[in-house]
Design a protein around this ligand. Structure first.
Ligand code: M6R
Length: 616
């Protein structure tokens, strides 16, 4: 979704640094970009529909005066089509105040009508132009940008992260957030604001995280945060442990490929420091804050998430049932709000989110808390809303994930949920220390096996299957048991980045409907690794073959039985059934990547998608 970068520098021209920060937000998905700078002659705005390079061409053609105060934005259209006139930043009708905004102002139509009656002119279709005119109008009365912003925000309903600057107060930004993320960066050479930390890592690693309803006034060497009532608050500085290099492509053609290949390291980063080998147990950081007695107290778990994270939630539920004998349910977070209110005190709700900013997941988290329940967040982004607001937290430590299609974050989530299942299993005395030790040893033993997934043999097999798959319009991913969420994830990856229609199904369901699709042109991608569902999967493959369907089978290395049933084989190392999803998902990610590459798709920023979906 939209991205914001703003900077106030001690000296020099900060515009190029702001554009460079904006480029790290490209992954969020956008359709136009713009920048505003403060000059001696007032505010100057340049904006362009299309990618940041279109804005750069515009700047090269028409020039942008050097300035030490700039704010920039990438827009993902909500109100008004993608167009130059709707791109941010937006100024008020006198051009004295400028605003960039992420989110949606729900009552913008009423406010716009009121402002029009008072003589304001509008040049765009956006809700943001309403907001900036409201601020400008308040500023004329109050004489303070901070007061004007606060007053305007009290008049709007909706979600926002905004940065405002005014010609009347050069050298100052006023920022605010409600349900859309915003961080403030503090550096030796300036003060900054952005939608997320990676956008500012080239300038600083010290951040102040704004809470919902807060505003802040940014000046050189100073940032004052205010609570929703307008009282100053002291905010502790958060030091980000991500490096700027982690947020870069590092020689890879796409972030997605880099992130797929980082997964063996993610295993180490998410898991290995947390082993308590002698006890066969897991030590989470202090943010987990649940002791054995509390873990024994819960009688059910609820998992909630969206998209790829929902698939890891499904696996989490299965692993908890398996290792901790704890019943659970998995819900799409956007559905929870409408569910009947049940007793929450016996339940722990696990909310999983890479970004920690997904609006649907955050709404669900707040609803659980409102109903008296407790929330454990599983999240990749330190300082995100989920990380801050959840009662308990496990960070997945995957490093920044930039490709819109989630890969390594999914891997990190499953790894963390495996550890959680061991931790709860041990606390509930379902797992003996020896069983815990075996499970941890199996996870450690997975690391060298993952290397096979990046070898020449599998690469060639993936490319062959991708050649074929790139020619079809539609396909089915089938799996059973622990492989069912992986079938869903394989289908989601393929449709997201190749735009080929794909559905994931539990294989047993095929003959209840989807089998009607199968003919000589219709492929099935089957997850057929060893485990309790193996024989049943073979029967399903035979059913596909009997109807001349094409089979791409993902199976254990050297599995002759599956080889006889398949047109294409993706052979992977065999590991324990619980860990097999971590292995199996990688070739499916590679397959989607190769198909999208062959079709010339925009792999890191697929059409219509945003990395972090911050609206419901
Ligand atoms: O940041 P989150 O994990 O909460 O994001 C949830 C989904 O929006 C996300 O997984 C989405 O489905 C990805 N594009 C999947 O590749």
């Amino acid at each position: 979704m939209c991205g914001i970068v703003a900077a106030l520098a001690r000296e020099g021209n900060i515009g190029p640094e702001v554009i460079s920060g904006l480029k790290t937000l490209e992954y969020r998905g956008y359709d136009s970009a713009g920048i505003a700078v403060m000059t001696d002659d007032g505010i100057l705005v340049r904006r362009k529909m299309g990618k940041i390079r279109a804005l750069e061409s515009e700047l090269a053609a028409n020039g942008l005066p050097p300035s030490s105060q700039a704010l920039a934005h990438t827009r993902w259209a909500t109100h008004g089509v993608p167009a130059d006139r709707n791109a941010h930043p937006h100024t008020d009708d006198n051009g004295k105040v400028v605003v960039v905004h992420n989110g949606i102002i729900e009552n913008y139509a009423e406010l716009r009508a009121e402002l029009q009656q008072r003589g304001h002119q509008f040049r765009s279709d956006t809700d943001t132009e309403v907001l900036v005119n409201l601020i400008a109008s308040n500023l004329r009365q109050s004489g303070s940008l901070h007061a004007a912003v606060r007053q305007a925000l009290s008049q709007v309903h909706g979600a926002y992260a905004i940065v405002a600057m005014s010609e009347c107060e050069p050298g100052r930004f006023v920022v605010a957030r409600m349900d859309s993320p915003l961080v403030v960066g503090l550096g030796a050479d300036g003060t900054y604001a952005a939608s997320d930390m990676p956008a500012l890592l080239h300038l600083t690693r010290d951040f102040l995280i704004l809470e919902n309803g807060e505003t802040a006034v940014l000046e050189l060497d100073h940032c004052q945060v205010y609570d929703p009532a307008g009282q100053p608050v002291d905010r502790v500085v958060t030091r980000c442990d991500w490096t700027p290099e982690q947020a870069e492509k590092g020689g890879y053609p796409h972030f997605m490929l880099k992130e797929i290949e980082e997964q063996p390291d993610v295993l180490a980063r998410t898991a290995f420091d947390r082993f308590h080998d002698s006890e066969g147990d897991v030590d989470f950081e202090a943010t987990f804050a649940l002791d054995d007695a509390e873990l024994r107290y819960f009688s059910r778990l609820r998992f909630m998430a969206m998209g790829t994270s929902l698939h890891s939630a499904m696996l989490g539920q299965m692993m908890l049932a398996e290792l901790a004998r704890l019943p659970g349910e998995t819900l799409n977070a956007s559905e929870f709000l409408y569910s009947p209110e049940l007793k929450e005190t016996d339940a722990l709700t696990v909310i999983i989110s890479q970004s920690g900013e997904t609006a649907d997941s955050l709404r669900a988290m707040r609803e659980v808390k409102r109903r008296g329940g407790r929330v454990l967040g599983v999240c990749n982004v330190q300082g995100s809303t989920l990380a801050r607001e959840a009662d308990h937290l496990i960070l997945t430590h995957c490093g920044p994930e930039v490709g819109v299609a989630s890969t390594k974050a999914f891997f990190g989530q499953i790894t963390a949920l495996y550890l959680l299942a061991i931790r709860i299993g041990r606390a509930r005395r379902v797992l003996a220390p020896s069983a815990g030790r075996q499970l941890l040893a199996a996870l450690r033993g997975l690391r060298p096996k993952l290397d096979i997934l990046f070898g020449a043999e599998l690469k060639a097999a993936v490319e062959q299957a991708a050649d074929y798959l790139a020619s079809v319009n539609s396909c089915l991913f089938l799996g059973r048991g622990f492989n069912f969420p992986i079938a869903l994830e394989g289908a989601l990856k393929l449709k997201e980045i190749s735009y080929i229609h794909a559905e994931g199904y539990p294989a047993g369901e095929m003959k209840h409907g989807p089998i009607a699709l199968i003919d000589a042109q219709f492929p099935v991608i089957a997850l057929a690794t060893p485990g309790r569902t193996y024989e049943k999967m073979i029967s399903n493959l035979q059913e596909v073959r009997a109807r001349e369907g094409k089979v791409i089978a993902l199976c254990a290395q050297g599995d002759e039985r599956i080889a006889r049933e398949a047109d294409f084989l993706l052979q992977v190392p065999e590991v324990s059934e619980l860990l097999q999803p971590l292995v199996n998902v990688i070739p499916l990610q590679q397959l989607s990547y190769q198909v999208a590459l062959k079709l010339g798709r925009d792999i890191d920023q697929p059409r219509n998608l945003a990395k972090s979906v911050t609206v419901e």
